[in-house]
Design a protein around this ligand. Structure first.
Ligand SMILES: [Zn+2]
Length: 93
């Protein structure tokens, strides 16, 4: 019989599977490490996935569309520019 284990809130960042995500010890800062049994990807759980509120996100996107570059938005809102580009990409869909 095939066993399928689903742990809530856990998904593989590579194949996006929520099944067969196993615990795989902890990293140096005590964050839970996980392993995807489907593609063998190792990853750590990040409890701070929503470090910025929707309000800040909307404001950042708005600022970008008013003519500020992603880098500039990052500087204004004191966040990683990769963050900003991610939001812009998502908002553009
Ligand atoms: Zn995977």
């Amino acid at each position: 019989m095939k066993k399928t284990k689903i742990i809530e809130g856990r998904a593989c960042p590579k194949c996006e599977s929520v099944e067969n995500q196993m615990n795989y010890g902890f990293n140096r800062s005590g964050t839970q490490r996980c392993k995807c049994k489907n593609c063998n990807r190792l990853y750590t759980l990040n409890p701070k996935t929503r470090a910025f509120s929707d309000e800040i996100r909307q404001a950042a996107i708005k600022t970008h569309y008013s003519g500020v570059s992603g880098c500039g938005v990052g500087r204004i809102f004191e966040m990683n520019k990769a963050n900003v580009y991610n939001w812009i990409k998502k908002a553009g869909k």
